[in-house]
Design a protein around this ligand. Structure first.
Ligand SMILES: C[S@@+](CC[C@H](N)C(=O)[O-])C[C@H]1O[C@@H](n2cnc3c(N)ncnc32)[C@H](O)[C@@H]1O
Length: 311
């Protein structure tokens, strides 16, 4: 099952939007229950609104508190996260970068005892129509986490060949080859006559191609993954994080998409069987949220947590 991105509409209808929107950390208690007892330096690779880091500071009883390297690729989100955690500034070093650069980040610090990636989007992304992530708030077809990223969703829709669009829709969206072809052809026909500039235009086009709301959400998610090269970022991290962990250190990854989970599962398996370091899986089975968490925070419903330890 692929996760469907939530529109702000959905959250508003469900009345779960607090007045000041702060992303709810997913699987927070499960994650921190598994942290190593010795935790001096922690890498929060997808800091977001700092929900997981805040949870760590609030629930960690042993002193001194760890130092957190708070990394996020999105400048707006990182600033907001630092505002939310401003009482903790002494224990936080912010880094505006991709977590895939962990090997470069590490050279300025000591190795980490704990690492967390909580992949995907922040609820804040849906709030800002001008970022292009929302189905319900019109905006330019941007969808970039980082303004430095040269590729936008608009570029993909205008420059990818029909076969590339099809491949993207099949791989990331799980569309059938036939349906992916129909969508890719529809995009090709439209862009010949009228540039696709806004999320509203894309939504209207997809509706004309008989896409219902859930499928439209999947197309948006597919474009977001491609725009930000999300799977490539994850793969780069998985090839390098091992060297940056201390012995006894643990790396935890929360995914929301079946392909991401498969990549993490296979990479961890590979590390256990054939790495030059010794690794072990902390849990053989994937950890998923309790239904009470899903009720409280529907965005958690497709979350999967995997943990590996360097021994
Ligand atoms: C699900 S949110 C994290 C929420 C956070 N754990 C919290 O509790 O507030 C995912 C975050 O990852 C960030 N992100 C996405 N790709 C990234 C990358 N390659 N490197 C660093 N951060 C990334 C997004 O900007 C977003 O803020």
């Amino acid at each position: 099952m692929h996760s469907i991105p939530f529109s702000l509409d959905f959250l508003e209808k469900k009345c779960i939007l607090p007045t000041m929107l702060r992303h709810q950390p997913v699987l927070a208690s499960e994650t921190f229950a598994q942290l190593p007892s010795h935790l001096e330096r922690f890498f929060d690779g997808t800091f977001g609104h700092g929900g997981h880091t805040e949870y760590l500071f609030t629930h960690r009883t042993s002193s001194p508190l760890p130092h957190v390297i708070a990394c996020d690729i999105d400048e707006t989100i990182l600033h907001k996260g630092l505002e939310f955690t401003q009482s903790r500034t002494a224990n936080i070093t912010p880094i505006l970068d991709t977590y895939a650069h962990i090997h470069q980040i590490w050279t300025n610090f000591w190795p980490f005892d704990g690492m967390l990636l909580d992949l995907g989007v922040n609820m804040e992304h849906f709030k800002q129509g001008e970022r292009g992530f929302s189905l319900s708030r019109n905006g330019p077809l941007d969808m970039r986490f980082s303004a430095k990223n040269p590729l936008t969703a608009r570029d993909i829709l205008h420059t990818y060949a029909v076969q590339q669009l099809e491949k993207m829709l099949i791989t990331y969206g799980d569309f059938s080859p036939h349906y992916a072809h129909t969508l890719a052809q529809g995009i090709e026909q439209t862009r010949k006559t009228q540039p696709l500039e806004t999320t509203e235009q894309l939504t209207a086009l997809l509706r004309n191609l008989h896409c219902h709301q859930k499928k439209i959400a999947v197309v948006f998610q597919t474009l977001r993954i491609e725009t930000n090269q999300e799977l490539q970022q994850l793969e780069t991290f998985l090839q390098t994080f091992g060297d940056q962990l201390t012995k006894g250190g643990r790396c935890m990854i929360i995914t929301y998409h079946s392909i991401e989970d498969r990549i993490v599962k296979n990479a961890f398996k590979q590390l256990v069987t054939s790495s030059s370091w010794m690794f072990q899986l902390v849990h053989k089975k994937v950890i998923q949220p309790h239904y009470t968490e899903i009720q409280r925070n529907p965005a958690a419903r497709s979350a999967k947590l995997r943990i590996i330890e360097k021994c």
